[in-house]
Design a binder for this molecule. Sequence first.
Ligand code: F3S
Length: 439
Amino acid sequence: MRKAALHNLGCKVNSYETEAMQQLLEEAGYEIVPFAEGADVYIINTCSVTNIADRKSRQMLHRAKKMNPQAVVVAAGCYVQSAGDALKMDEAVDLVIGNNKKTELVKILEEYFSHEGRIEEETVIDISAAKEYEALTIHKIADHTRAFIKVTDGCNQFCSYCIIPYTRGRVRSRRMEDVRSEVERLVAGGYKEIVLTGIHLSSYGVDFREEETKTLLDLIVYLHEVDGLLRIRLGSLEPRIITKEFAEALAALPKVCPHFHLSLQSGCDATLARMNRHYTTADYLERCDILRAAFDNPAITTDVIVGFPGETGEEFQTTEAFLRTVHFYEMHVFKYSRREGTRAAVMPDQVPEPVKTERSGVLLSLEKIMSLEYRKQFLGKMTEVLMEEEFEWDGRRYMIGHTKEYVKAAVPFDEGLKGAMVCGTLTEMVNDEVILLTR
Ligand code: F3S
């Protein structure tokens, strides 16, 4: 029996695909082993979102070859798309498999083994021409309570800093029936919460033929019917998808978590324009107000990039003030990282690294304050927590999980509660990030 080891780099969509490839290999009779154990086949599902991600992808490929020089090292995914022929020249890499070719992994490996390393078919396609959603599926996931489900691939937005439209191609959506079968399978396997994810989730359905037009809302309504599914959480959303109708329709679906990750990137209109984001801060704020009117204190979380080319001190202050105005529950703060092949990489006035670090520090401190303020608003409130794992703090053992708003809550340790939905009142802070749930 051949041994295979997999390593994932990059986003949730990539990790979904790594899980799916692992399951394809298992079904084909491969034994899955940890990366360090020594395998016959190494699959590195690469990322190319920044120059650093490229470097990490190359490092992992080389590490795999070092681990076992006889092994077949497979580079899969986004870096394969962006690196072009350079990867084929790399001696550490035996096989390259681009996006939309991952379903064929087992077949490609078989051909490789039976033809002594010769592959006839094209394993990297022109991704910008891909029209079909790649039918990868999963049956189980490493995280036992929350299942990430990929429902879209590709992106049509072309933000000026982002390479993803070039590595993933245009929007391709997964059929609703296919998503539902996967959700039903996972729910039958014990999962209670799903997180819908995709490269540009809000674009779900834009590629369907006109006579079968479906939207993300249609998909959510359809999945809401699945018996045994208790929670539907949404991955990152484009702010413009939030309309009064959309928010009110979601609020009428009790399984939908009032947790919205609305990607902002900058709180300054001039910076947003340079980023080629298609909204203004006024639009964004309006969408937050819509959510706050439709839901009772929803969690609004976001991503922010600091030090985008041309970001002056004044622009940064505008962003900081805007973040305070919205008052986010959580913010993922990224220092702008140059990505060759994007428009932003050649923009003038690149911001020096120490300035980015300083700005990032300012926002991370702000995030801590706003996050704690948001959590504290739940003290004294009744809620339900889906228990996930063991947690230790200050010498005490707890079981910890999340509320619908993605607030962490803990009860005294009880092994039997793993995966259970527990009701109670949030009574006191265990630490700055976790609230005690009293049953
Ligand atoms: Fe990286 Fe590709 Fe995801 S570039 S962030 S793995 S879409």
